[in-house]
Design a protein around this ligand. Structure first.
Ligand code: NAD
Length: 499
């Protein structure tokens, strides 16, 4: 643990304790303790008024039998201080361990992950000298809901959940961030050509909320070409807003092409709590060697200082850091033509400390202001009146082998009830009955769509139970169902591919 900063106990003895803001700090795993010590020593030298409350999270807690990787007492500290500076942790491999990062973000409602990715040419080698983008990643939902099931011998499922509140909160955050940081453009990256309902909702919300910000330019990219453009022409992007998984991937690409994944910090913002960290992991390959770059965590801590209204200290630290980079004092991951002195983690921290109070000479000096307490004009999300919902059918999923699609289709067609009849069968989403192709590969997982015989008829839950009973009585293994509904008359389900 760092001796550099006063911990909470010592802080009580300090005459300046009243001014110190309590911050929950986790030293993490791998390179975590090394880069946290370096970061805290710089903050202390710069005069940051914080009182560190250390908590233990990560590998040791996991291996002691806590599958969540965090003790109940740590939650108490986090909920009280509401500010968390976190070093990276190692999630042990194996299905028994849940990702602590995801758990903390979701439990504390940290819905926005803000990752600035900036290049520092010519002092850090990068093919993209003019890069200055901020990735605003949705942080709580999407495939990270962690709802996974094995459904058959051959098929495993992970649920992608995209919600209207989740989209509205992150998209509004991105536009507000752009507005308050003088940014000109917000780009939405989605895959709504394929996932028309989930990613389609994200983009629809982007269009709707974006209309409230006429002064900000808006654009949309499909994530695949968007990621390619980030890798080749990153200077064209300003603020990017995107769902969770895409954001995770593109922010590592963006940080890496600035010169090192060790350079980027990130803020995880919620309505009540905020967490600050580096974007990289615990780097076990270099742990304990004293060569890790502490810059990512330090720049995360700079965002934290602004958040806790110590903008003057944030500015001092950031400018000293820029000057250190300009002076060519680099950790091994940044070694290049402009390196004048290669240093380890501690040497780098000392170099930043030596430059506190100095401004960069090549880069523009950073200016920060304490955030203005703005009373939001609108709440982040207001629940609309519920839509009129009608059930029009049901998708019945079967675990089944031994029949061709046509044989299965004929068997299930004979199991119609008075209300519901088989309309089609898909396998991995593509229609295989009626009129499937023999070339289509089929697994043991079948989605069998039953719809109302009379189109205008209202299907009830009892009608669904009846069809399930019929199908089960005929010996089929039903693994799950999805109701097919309309909402205010609008179809609430996708068609089968080829339907
Ligand atoms: P990683 O980011 O730890 O390392 C990737 C590569 O980048 C390694 O070669 C590493 O040496 C290098 N690197 C990373 N940070 C560096 C730094 N500050 N200075 C110099 N080089 C640096 O990714 P990984 O190896 O895929 O993951 C290792 C562990 O970290 C895994 O257990 C993973 O679950 C965890 N992880 C944690 C977080 C987090 O706590 N926020 C994030 C990502 C990964």
């Amino acid at each position: 643990m760092s001796t550099a900063l006063l911990n909470a106990e010592n802080a009580q003895k300090s005459h300046s304790v009243a001014a110190r803001v309590p911050v929950t700090v986790a030293y993490g795993d791998g390179i975590g303790p090394e880069i946290m010590d370096a970061t805290l020593s710089i903050l202390e030298a710069a005069g940051a008024q914080i009182a560190v409350e250390p908590i233990e999270i990560g590998e040791r807690v996991y291996l002691a039998g806590n599958s969540a990787g965090i003790e109940p007492s740590a939650w108490e500290s986090l909920r009280r201080t509401k500010v968390f500076l976190k070093a990276p942790i190692t999630t042990p491999s194996g299905s028994g361990y849940k990702s602590l990062n995801v758990t903390v973000r979701k439990t504390l409602g940290l819905y926005a992950n803000v990752r600035p990715c900036v290049s520092y040419a010519p002092f850090v080698d990068t093919p993209h000298p003019k890069m200055d983008m901020v990735i605003v990643r949705e942080n709580e939902e999407d495939l990270y809901a962690g709802i996974e099931h094995r459904q058959t011998d051959e098929v495993f499922q992970c649920l992608k959940l995209i919600t209207r509140p989740g989209c509205e909160k992150i998209v509004r955050y991105a536009f507000e961030y752009a507005k308050s940081h003088g940014r000109k453009k917000v780009t939405c990256m989605v895959k709504d050509n394929i996932m028309k309902m989930t990613d389609g909702l994200f983009y629809q919300v982007f269009e709707d909320i974006g209309a409230e910000y006429p002064e900000i330019q808006k654009e949309r990219y499909i994530i695949d070409i968007g990621a390619a453009r980030i890798a080749t022409k990153p200077e064209r992007f300003d603020v990017i807003v995107t769902p969770n998984l895409y954001g995770d991937i593109i922010s590592d690409i963006a940080a890496e092409i600035t010169g090192s994944v060790g350079l980027a910090g990130s803020a995880n913002i919620g309505e009540h709590v905020a967490m600050f960290e580096a974007i990289h992991g615990s780097a076990p390959d270099i742990a304990g060697r004293g060569i890790a770059n502490p810059s990512g965590l330090l720049l995360g801590a700079v965002q934290m200082l602004v958040h806790i209204r110590q903008a003057d200290i944030a500015e001092k630290v950031h400018n000293a850091w820029l000057r250190t980079i300009e002076d060519g004092i680099h950790t091994p991951d940044l070694k290049g033509e402009r390196t004048t002195k290669e240093v380890g983690t501690g040497g780098f921290a000392q170099a930043v400390i030596d430059r506190l109070g100095q401004k960069p000479q090549h880069f523009a000096a950073v200016r920060y202001a304490n955030p203005v307490e703005v009373k939001a004009q609108k709440p982040l999300y207001t629940r609309a009146a519920p839509a009129k919902k009608h059930i029009v059918g049901v998708d019945v999923f079967l675990h089944h082998t031994g029949n061709t699609p046509d044989e299965l289709g004929v068997a299930l067609s004979g199991l119609s009830t008075d209300v519901l009849k088989l309309q089609m069968i898909t396998n991995r989403g593509v229609k295989v009955f009626p009129g499937g192709f023999p070339e289509t590969f089929c697994t043991d997982h079948w989605r069998c769509r039953f719809v109302a015989i009379q189109e205008s008829a209202e299907v009830t839950h009892r009608d669904i139970i009846e069809v399930l009973t019929t199908v089960t009585d005929a010996g089929f293994d039903v693994i799950k169902t999805e109701n097919l509904c309309t909402f205010d008359g609008e179809r609430g389900f996708a068609l089968g591919q080829g339907q």
